[in-house]
Design a binder for this molecule. Structure first.
Ligand code: ZN
Length: 336
């Protein structure tokens, strides 16, 4: 791992390089951006660079010294992580207290102690409050890195104590370069995945899975059908979430991907209803969507699009997935 593996985030890196060069490194940073754009990798690489014993250049790890080796395998005593437990939706206050206690201890190997809060989206009122004192008066040498998808979810008291560093979605060319390193050798496949991946590596890699395309087909058929089989569709979609395992992040990613497919299908239907053409669509699906567009009409399609986009917002806001699934399927137009 080195900075070369982190694509498209030079601006974020320059923020830190400039701060160090000017001697104005803050104590706390909130790294904000969509899922899957490299925030965690970035925080990890930054920590390695700070803890490296022989950095060859500013904020560059040598990747050879004992400290670099410890960071890589996760055993460096001055690098601490706080994550939401896999069976929870929030950061428990007890975990937060233990983390703050560890941050407050003197560094053991060098001048710095680095604490990374990987799931800052998941603060609840108590864990956020118990973090404030550490954020306000961090121990000497401490650097806190908080990782979040949006500033909207943070309390003003947290925001006001952090410098905000924004992470942008990756460009298609950066995304394709990452996919090439992940074993996706077919350039046509990389093009197709990168087009659908919204600039997120995790999202794009999740699309490289046959089961999602089957679910997509079932749901688009259901959407355009005269009599959608709601029960069967609920089962297909819910099972697809559950197959992602117990953790909520991959489940939500799957829910959001399926919604994106539905949004695209409605957008295509809208184009047909406005007399435009849609390229890149197989003939059978184009025919389905054309007849669907004729049946539902432009206004109906606009309304549907609104509902689906709103549902994606609920997925983001951590509404229970089964409720999102049921509310979306209930909007599928059926013949009266
Ligand atoms: Zn090193």
């Amino acid at each position: 791992m080195s900075w070369d593996c982190i694509r498209g985030q030079d601006a974020a890196r320059n923020t830190f390089v400039a701060a160090v060069a000017a001697g104005r490194l803050a104590h706390s940073y909130l790294l904000v951006g969509p899922d899957g754009v490299g925030k965690r990798l970035f925080a990890h690489e930054l920590a390695k660079a700070f803890l490296c014993e022989k950095p060859p250049a500013t904020l560059t790890a040598c990747d050879r010294c004992p400290a670099c080796a410890q960071v890589k395998v996760g055993t460096h005593p001055d690098l601490l992580f706080l994550r939401t437990p896999t069976d929870k939706h929030e950061l428990p206050v007890d975990d937060m207290r233990a983390f703050c206690a560890q941050v407050s201890l003197k560094p053991t190997r060098g001048p710095r102690k680095i604490g990374i809060v990987e799931d800052a989206d998941d603060f609840n009122g108590s864990s956020a409050n118990s973090f404030l004192k550490t954020l306000e008066e961090p121990p000497p040498g401490a650097l806190l890195l908080l990782i979040a998808t949006t500033t909207d979810r943070q309390l003003p008291t947290i925001l006001s104590r952090c410098q905000i560093v924004r992470f942008a979605p990756l460009s298609p060319s950066d995304l394709k370069a990452v996919l090439a390193t992940q074993g996706i050798d077919d350039p046509a496949k990389r093009d197709r995945l990168a087009r659908l991946g919204s600039g997120s590596v995790s999202r794009t890699l999740a699309l490289d899975d046959d089961s999602i395309w089957e679910v997509r087909q079932r749901l688009v058929e259901g959407l355009t059908s005269l009599r959608p089989q709601f029960q069967a569709l609920t089962e297909v979609w819910s099972k697809f979430h559950e197959d992602a395992g117990k953790e909520t992040r991959p489940q939500r990613l799957r829910a959001s991907l399926v919604l994106q497919f539905l949004v695209e299908a409605v957008q295509h239907a809208l184009k047909f209803s406005l007399g435009a053409t849609v390229s890149d669509l197989d003939a059978a699906e184009a025919a389905q969507l054309k007849s669907f567009a004729g049946r539902v009409g432009t206004d109906g399609l606009m309304e549907l699009l609104d509902k689906f986009v709103e549902a994606d917002f609920h997925v983001e806001r951590r509404v229970q997935l089964i409720l999102v699934v049921e509310s979306v399927l209930a909007k599928f137009p059926r013949e009266k």
